[in-house]
Write a protein that binds this ligand. Structure first.
Ligand SMILES: Cc1cc2nc3c(=O)[nH]c(=O)nc-3n(C[C@H](O)[C@H](O)[C@H](O)COP(=O)(O)OP(=O)(O)OC[C@H]3O[C@@H](n4cnc5c(N)ncnc54)[C@H](O)[C@@H]3O)c2cc1C
Length: 376
C-alpha cells in the first residue's frame, strides 16, 4: 500500500493485487491488535541481512518521523509503549484505514481475492489472475514472508524471484522464541508462566528484556529477539542478574553472616519458583554462611551466564517474521529494483532484511515501499 500510494501520487496507474479477501491482515493482527507501527529509534543496526548496509538508503529516506506525520495527519492517537515502540491507542484497524484511505485518494485500484496464476515478461509484465489479465511496465512484489500461513502467507515472492533467476538467502522463521528438548522441558517446563528480566545473548547480540517460560520452551521479548540471531546448535546465554556481579552479591551476603537458605537468597532477586528450581538443578542447598567460596563462585558464574541449548525455534505458525529472502545483492538499495530485470521490484519482508521485534519490520516495509514507489 505504501508503494502503491507513492507511485499513484506520481501519476502512475496502479493495480494492487492480493489473494486475500481482506486487506492488511498482518497489520490487523500486529502488536496484539494495536499495531506497533514504527520504532522511533529504527536504524540499520536493528536489522539482520547478509548485507548490513543494504537497508541504509531506504531507511534514511523514509524515517519513523515520516510515518508518524501520516499517522498524526489522520488523527490517529498513539503512545510509546517502551524502547521507542509506537502503538495505536485504539486499534490496528486505524492504520489499515489510513493506508486504504490514502490509496483511494491516489486512485489506486485494489483487486482482492485475486489469485496470481502466472507472471511473464516480454517488454512488459503480463500477469494472469482469476480476475483477468494485467499488463504493466513495472511489477512490485510485496508478498511478505512465510510466517503465519493461516492468514495467507505464501512463498510466492521467492518463487517469482527464482523464476527471474534471482538468488535467495535461506529462509527461517524468526521472532518466534524457542522450543526446548524433552529432557530440558522435564526440568524447566513446570516453570511455565514464570517471567524474568534478563540479558539474553545469541551469538554476539544481547537484549535486555523479559523471558517467559512456556510449556514448550521459552517465549517473551528476549527470546523472540534472540531467535532472530540464533542458529541450530548455538546456546542461548542468559544473564539472570543483569545488574549484579552474582558472585560478589552472594559473597557479600555470606560475609554478613546470614543464615538464610541459598534458595531464599536467590528468591530476593529472582522469582521464588525459579529460585527454588535453579538451586535444586545446580545442586546447592543450605544456609549461605555454610557454603564455601568456590561453591558461591560456581553458582555466581551460572547466574550471570546460564547457557541453555534450544532444540529449535518455534516455527512459522508463531513467527512474526521470516529471516532471509530475496538476496539484496540482486537489488538496488536505492530503488529495490532487480539489477538484472528492469521494472521488477521487491519490497518489505520478502527481501533479506529482517528487523528486531518492536516496530522495525513495519518501518522497513514502509521505507522500502516508499523507495520503490518513487520510481516504479
Ligand atoms: C502476529 C504478528 C505480529 C506482528 N507485529 C508486528 C508489529 O507490531 N510491528 C512490526 O513492525 N511488525 C510486526 N510484524 C511483522 C510485520 O507484520 C511484517 O513484517 C510486515 O507485515 C511485512 O509487510 P509486507 O508488506 O512485506 O508483507 P505482508 O504484510 O505479509 O503482506 C503480504 C501480502 O501479500 C499477500 N500475498 C501473499 N502471497 C500472495 C500470493 N501468492 N498471491 C497474492 N497475494 C499474496 C498477502 O495476502 C498479504 O496481504 C508482525 C507479524 C506477525 C505475524
Amino acid at each position: 500500500m505504501m508503494c502503491a500510494i507513492h507511485a499513484a501520487r506520481r501519476g502512475r496507474r496502479v493495480a494492487m493485487l492480493d489473494h486475500s479477501q481482506k486487506i492488511g491482515r498482518k497489520i490487523l493482527i500486529s502488536g496484539g491488535g494495536r499495531c506497533n507501527f514504527t520504532n522511533i529509534n529504527a536504524g540499520p543496526a536493528n536489522y539482520v541481512s547478509q548485507n548490513p548496509h543494504f537497508a541504509k538508503s531506504a531507511l534514511s529516506r523514509f524515517t519513523p518521523d515520516d510515518f508518524i506525520e501520516m499517522v498524526e495527519r489522520h488523527r490517529i492517537s498513539y503512545h510509546e509503549k517502551k524502547l521507542g515502540q509506537l502503538f495505536c491507542d485504539g486499534s490496528a484497524q486505524n492504520i489499515v484505514t489510513m493506508l486504504v484511505d490514502e490509496c483511494r485518494k491516489a486512485q489506486v485500484e485494489c483487486f482482492l481475492d485475486c489469485s496470481i496464476l502466472s507472471v511473464s515478461k516480454k517488454e512488459n509484465f503480463h500477469i494472469k489472475t482469476n480476475r483477468g489479465e494485467f499488463s504493466s511496465q513495472s511489477l512490485v512484489v510485496a508478498t511478505g514472508g512465510l510466517s503465519i500461513p493461516q492468514i495467507g502467507a505464501t512463498g510466492f515472492g521467492y518463487e517469482l524471484a527464482k523464476q527471474f533467476d534471482l538468488k535467495l538467502v535461506n529462509t527461517d522463521p524468526a521472532l518466534d522464541g524457542f522450543n526446548l528438548s524433552k529432557s530440558d522441558l522435564s526440568v524447566w517446563g513446570e516453570l511455565s508462566g514464570v517471567s524474568l528480566d534478563v540479558n539474553a545473548t545469541s551469538g554476539d547480540v544481547t537484549f535486555r528484556e523479559n523471558i517467559l517460560f512456556t510449556h514448550n520452551g521459552l517465549s517473551g521479548p528476549a527470546s523472540l529477539q534472540t531467535s532472530l540471531y540464533w542458529q541450530n546448535g548455538m546456546p542461548l546465554v542468559l544473564d539472570l542478574l543483569p545488574d549484579l556481579d552474582a558472585y560478589e552479591f552472594l559473597l557479600s551476603v555470606k560475609k554478613e553472616g546470614s543464615k538464610v537458605d541459598i534458595k531464599n537468597v536467590l528468591a530476593t532477586k529472582l522469582t521464588k519458583r525459579f529460585a527454588d528450581k535453579f538451586a535444586q538443578v545446580n545442586n546447592i542447598s543450605g544456609p549461605i554462611n555454610t557454603l564455601n567460596e568456590p561453591q558461591l563462585k560456581k553458582l555466581g558464574d551460572v547466574l550471570n551466564s546460564w547457557k541453555i541449548f534450544p532444540s529449535s525455534t518455534v516455527g512459522y505458525k508463531k513467527a512474526e517474521v521470516t529471516r532471509g529472502g530475496v538476496d539484496t545483492n540482486e537489488l538496488s538499495s536505492k530503488t529495490m529494483e532487480a539489477k538484472k530485470v528492469s521494472g521488477l521490484y521487491f519490497i518489505g519482508e520478502v527481501v533479506d532484511v529482517t528487523g528486531w521485534l518492536g516496530g522495525y519490520n513495519f518501518q522497513w516495509a514502509w521505507a522500502s515501499g516508499y523507495a520503490a514507489g518513487l520510481v516504479c
